[in-house]
Design a protein around this ligand. Sequence first.
Ligand SMILES: [Zn+2]
Length: 79
Amino acid sequence: MIENINMMKCPFCPNEFSISPPRIDGVTIPRYQITVCRSCYNMNWDGWELGREKLLIEHLKLNNIPIPHPNMNGRLPRD
Ligand SMILES: [Zn+2]
């Protein structure tokens, strides 16, 4: 069987993940119009940590997406 797997690199870490059904490992965050790997998503439930926040803000600026207010932890909300 030939598998046709579309892989995508996480914008926040070196992980690559499948974005082809039935195995979709990326998590799309509509507010930020970005797809990240599940481990980045799961590990930053309380807000994006600084290294990733920097990359996220660059992505938001580049795409003219509004930057939300920080959450109670002083971080950008995950979703
Ligand atoms: Zn990642």
